[in-house]
Design a protein around this ligand. Structure first.
Ligand code: ADP
Ligand code: MG
Length: 349
């Protein structure tokens, strides 16, 4: 199913929960809606499902305007954070529920349940009650229940937020694998950038009801559209710079004491820009040719050490890959840092 959203707007009294959202989902694509709490993700998901209706805008399924269709007719299914399973029913009864509503025969129901339980690797759990399952198993049942009705579109609303970190990571890989195998168009809501980067074909970053950027994971990380996206996806050093000696699409900046000539968009008329320098683009060097910085704080994240440094009045994050022979820095140490123009990305907001 190919899905097109056209200028979707939804207000609650004075709150504009979703503000002019347009989006195209290709057949079989998994799109993540990513943004902070309250940015309108759930509202948009519910509008797609037909559980609430938009004030403005249209929705198309395979080119057909379905804006006025009921939720049932749209045939989408949703997987939630809190599972929304019937605790007093068995796994089998939970999964059968939607099939009974759709009036499938007993033998059809049995064979579909068998197939879907194999798909989510829960064979043999048919008779178990929901309260006898772990969190991860409950979420598999919820996924099975969503898949078994063969929906047009699969919707996820923060499905893994209740699980511990290890389980979250393995479940998201599994969800992606199953989604790929079935080839079902999916929308996956999360506030967790790591989850969005790991799972999605494309990510839609939202803030205050508006789309900030639609991009593939790598592009979002390396070419964010604005400071909000740069900050929300990964860690970012954002440094305000004055443009000097501007000449058409060239200008000179002084970035933490280093001078660079950079490319500037021709149509940009301002005299200041924001430079994005990712923490891993900054190197701590042995010689004293770089920029002097003071170590303020250190955090060992296993694979990396993350330092907060102070250089020329700026607070800078630097990530250094850990290794067996690496002696980490401590607060109070003075170091030299360096970076080159390949690590510089210019933002115009
Ligand atoms: P998210 O899922 O991104 O956290 P929501 O879509 O739940 O965001 O909410 C978007 C905005 O709309 C928030 O400001 C929220 O308070 C408001 N909102 C959501 N649902 C309702 C509702 N039923 N009535 C009034 N305001 C709502
Ligand atoms: Mg929500």
């Amino acid at each position: 199913m190919e899905i097109v959203l056209e200028n979707i707007t939804k207000k609650y009294r004075d709150v504009v929960a979703v503000d002019g959202v347009s989006l195209e989902l290709k057949q079989g694509e998994l799109i993540a809606l990513l943004g902070p709490s309250g940015c309108g993700k759930t509202t948009l998901l519910r509008v797609i499902a037909g559980l609430i209706s938009q004030d403005i805008g249209k929705i198309y399924f395979d080119g057909k305007d379905i804006s006025k269709w009921s939720a049932q007719k749209r045939n989408s299914t949703m997987v939630f954070q809190n599972y929304a399973l019937f605790p007093h029913l068995s796994v089998e009864e939970n999964i059968a529920y939607g099939l009974k509503v759709r009036k499938l025969s007993k033998s059809q129901i049995t064979s579909r349940i068998k197939a879907v339980l194999r798909r989510v690797e829960l064979e043999g759990y048919e008779k178990r009650y929901i309260q006898e399952l772990s969190g991860g198993q409950k979420q598999r049942v919820a996924l099975a229940r969503a898949l078994v009705v063969e929906p047009n579109i699969l919707l996820f609303d923060e499905p893994l937020s209740n699980l511990d970190e290890k389980l979250r990571v393995s479940m998201r890989q599994e969800i992606k694998k199953i989604q790929r195998e079935i080839g079902i168009t999916s929308v996956y809501v999360t506030h967790d950038q790591g989850e969005a980067l790991a799972i999605a074909d494309r990510i839609v970053v939202m803030n205050k009801g508006k789309i900030q950027q639609i991009a593939e994971p790598d592009e979002l990380y390396y070419r964010p559209a604005n400071s909000f996206v740069a900050n929300f996806v990964g860690k970012a050093n954002l440094i305000d710079c004055i443009l000097e000696r501007r000449k058409n699409n060239k200008a000179v900046i002084n970035l933490l004491g280093k001078i660079f000539e950079i490319d500037i968009a021709n149509d940009f008329k301002g005299d200041r820009i924001t430079v994005l320098l990712r923490p891993e683009e900054i190197k701590i060097i042995d010689s004293n040719t770089g920029v002097i910085a003071l170590v303020k704080w250190k955090e060992n994240l296993g694979i990396i050490n993350r330092y907060k440094l102070e250089a020329l009045g700026h607070k800078i994050l630097v990530d250094v890959l850990n290794s067996r022979n690496y002696k980490s820095l401590e607060p109070g140490d003075t170091v030299n840092i360096d970076f080159n123009d390949e690590g510089i990305y210019v933002l115009y907001d």
